[in-house]
Design a protein around this ligand. Structure first.
Ligand SMILES: [Zn+2]
Length: 138
């Protein structure tokens, strides 16, 4: 796969852990969890679907074939992501951007994708601040 984008999601629910999401996605008949990475509530990063497979996280814009999918567990329409989750997200995005030569403009929230009619990743995940942080070389 040649990844051009990274799409950030919330799961929209307060699942216990990645295994619960994986079981749910498999029950939908998918081969595996739809996201490539999951960041659990305590900031622990858990691999999802292998990176050599197209995702199942954003049908709009053909993004399942163009974008790595990263999901944070939680509903960020109702609460803010935990600081531990944001710290893990920041370092994961830096690593993936470097690995796949993806620029800041390639880091999108699910709802920023043309044709994706969703509040994901939620009003309390501040995408502008996220990208600003990534733009600072720290
Ligand atoms: Zn989403």
């Amino acid at each position: 796969m040649h990844w051009k984008y990274i799409i950030v999601h919330h799961t929209g629910a307060e699942e216990k852990n990645t295994a619960q999401i994986r079981n749910y996605h498999r029950r939908l008949g998918w081969r595996d969890i739809g996201y490539h990475f999951v960041i659990e509530r305590d900031g622990i990063l858990v691999p999802g679907r292998v990176q050599c497979e197209r995702g199942a996280h954003c049908a709009a814009g053909n993004m399942n074939g163009l974008a790595l999918g990263v999901a944070l567990i939680g509903n960020f329409e109702l609460r803010a992501p935990n600081p531990e989750q944001l710290a893990t997200l920041d370092s994961l995005l830096r690593r993936l951007m470097a690995e796949h030569r993806i620029s800041l403009t390639g880091v999108l929230g699910h709802g920023e994708v043309n044709g994706a009619n969703t509040a994901c990743p939620g009003r309390y995940l501040d995408l502008r601040a996220l990208r600003e942080g990534l733009g600072n070389g720290s």
